[in-house]
Design a protein around this ligand. Structure first.
Ligand code: SF4
Length: 153
């Protein structure tokens, strides 16, 4: 049976980013295909909130880390958590997770975390969907790191 990789759909070329812009990473797709992976695409934000949509940030609050929209400060944490749980329940045999670097949903070790005043606290966080993958023990990488690692190895 082929190995399965969960891949941020925007990296596969789907125009699901918050502003509808296309920002695929064909090098990553080609690398995963060469490695023999079956690619399973996902996009929690497009599914839950549609495209285009207000961008969101990870914010440390008194109630823990939340995904809040940039300007209206709407809490979008729960739908993304539920999407992630459902996705991995539907695909219990995912071997690898590749997320879009710096995304509050998909970044693996590059998501940005702010305080409630908008000050940057960290740029090495896991986004909400990536955190669920890591909690399930799935190996995971940001797209940019995956390519850098393979170029250097
Ligand atoms: S980074 Fe994740 S949530 Fe954002 S557009 Fe890509 S797949 Fe969707």
């Amino acid at each position: 049976m082929r190995k399965k990789v969960a891949l941020s759909a925007c990296l596969a070329g789907k125009n699901c980013r918050y502003n509808g812009e296309r920002k695929g990473n064909p090098e990553v797709v080609a690398h995963l295909e060469k490695e023999g992976y079956e690619i399973i695409e996902f996009c929690p934000e497009d599914t839950c909130f549609g495209t285009p949509r207000e961008a969101m940030d990870l914010v440390r609050t008194d109630e823990g880390i939340k995904a809040l929209t940039k300007f209206s400060k709407t809490d979008r944490t729960l739908p993304v958590v539920e999407y992630a749980e459902n996705f991995f329940s539907r695909h219990p045999d995912i071997d690898f997770f590749v997320g879009k670097a710096r995304s509050p949903s998909c970044g693996v070790a590059t998501a940005l975390l702010y305080d409630e005043e908008g000050n940057l606290l960290s740029d090495t966080e896991a986004g909400i969907m990536a955190a669920e993958a890591l909690a399930r023990g799935i190996e995971a990488a940001d797209d940019e790191k995956l390519l850098k690692f393979n170029k250097n190895s």
